[in-house]
Ligand binder design. Structure first.
Ligand code: UGA
Ligand code: MN
Length: 329
């Protein structure tokens, strides 16, 4: 009896499954196949294939970007609290996210790390070190001072250098060998950087240089190269400075920084001499390594962000209707 029941169950199951299979097969017969290729013209097929090729090329590029066997770039950025700070840092971080092997050293001009920058960096997805160093009051620009009166970011860049030298002294073995290859770049928080710039500077033996766009009241400033060597500088102002070059226009090998402890930025330097105060400890003009197609391409721009006007905000605040101060801008 039990045996017969079992056989019956098996039979019913078998019948149901076969029936379902048959229904499914019949349903498929009525469907149109996904054969877009047949209905497309040759031109459409070509453009579809082109699209696919482009996607594949982009994929290969992003995979290549993950490469780890290239010299590291340490980027030192001075930054200070103001209305546009988070916007500047956002723009900068989105550039850096596309650069392989980049370590961002952010140095706040503040007595202690701020919550805004701390939270921002934690969420940035970048490898970073967060430092701070307050510019002493007598060296800092005061409200109403012309922007050229005192150098900006000098103490912060020196703090970044201090951290690098401390790290360099502590490194051993493989880590120390990797530092030999690394390069250091000073990236202000308001400039505009192309991705190509970082690949140009990545292999720097001593100091590499390139043009900077929209700086010094010129379309661009640049080192002038003859027979592969820098022979002078194209600049509109005091071309006889030791290095008439903007901060954004050079990168230095970490090895050179580690072996030249005297090299630092002079916070008391005269206008336009901040870069020279650092570089003259490290190289001669003859030793500069021209990049960006022998300094013929502009890959970084000395852009400056307009200070936002707060006329309406101030007016509303007087009526107690100002923007919610708990919202971070
Ligand atoms: C130009 C150069 O591009 C700077 O690299 C150089 O430091 C400056 O001149 C100078 O001669 O000192 P500029 O656009 O005038 O730049 O300077 P900012 O962009 O206002 O400041 C340079 C960096 O220092 C920025 O990253 C900024 O966030 C930071 N900074 C500025 C501070 O950390 N504290 C300040 O009080 C002001
Ligand atoms: Mn600037």
């Amino acid at each position: 009896m039990r045996m017969r029941l079992k056989l019956k169950t098996v039979f019913v199951l078998y019948f149901t499954v076969s029936l379902l299979g048959l229904i499914y097969a019949l349903m498929q017969l009525g469907q149109r196949c996904d054969c877009r290729g047949h209905d497309m013209s040759k031109d459409q097929q070509i453009s579809q294939l082109r699209g696919e090729l482009q996607k594949l090329q982009e994929h290969i590029k992003t995979e290549l970007n993950k490469k780890t066997d290239v010299p590291k770039i340490y980027v030192i950025t001075p930054t200070y609290a103001r209305l546009v700070q988070k916007a500047e840092l956002t723009r900068l971080s989105h550039t850096f996210l596309h650069v392989p092997q980049l370590h961002w050293i952010v140095v706040e001009d503040a007595p202690q790390p701020t919550l805004l920058v701390t939270d921002f960096l934690a969420a940035s997805g970048l490898t970073y070190t967060h430092l701070h160093k307050l510019t002493p009051k007598d060296r800092k620009l005061q409200e109403g001072d012309p922007s050229w009166l005192k150098p900006r970011g000098a103490e912060q860049r020196n703090e970044g250098l201090r951290w690098l030298r401390e790290m360099g002294a502590a490194a051993e073995g493989k880590e120390a060998a990797a530092l030999e290859e690394a390069v250091v770049y000073f990236a202000d928080d308001d400039n505009t950087y192309s991705l190509q710039l970082f690949e140009e500077m990545r292999y720097t033996y001593r100091v590499s240089v390139w043009p900077v766009g929209l700086v010094g009241g010129m379309k661009f400033e640049r080192p002038v190269v003859e027979d592969g060597k820098v022979v002078r500088f194209h600049t509109g102002w005091r071309p006889n400075r030791p290095f008439p070059i903007d901060m954004a226009g050079f990168a230095v090998s970490l090895r050179l920084i580690l072996t030249s402890p005297q090299a630092r930025f002079d916070g008391d330097a005269q206008m336009g001499f901040l870069e020279s105060s650092f570089l003259q400890h490290l190289v001669t003009m003859d030793e500069l390594e021209p990049k960006a197609d022998l300094c013929t391409k502009v890959l970084v721009w000395h852009t400056r962000t307009e200070k936002p006007k707060m006329k309406r905000e101030d007016a509303l605040q007087k009526q107690g209707l100002g923007s919610d101060p708990d919202v971070e801008v």
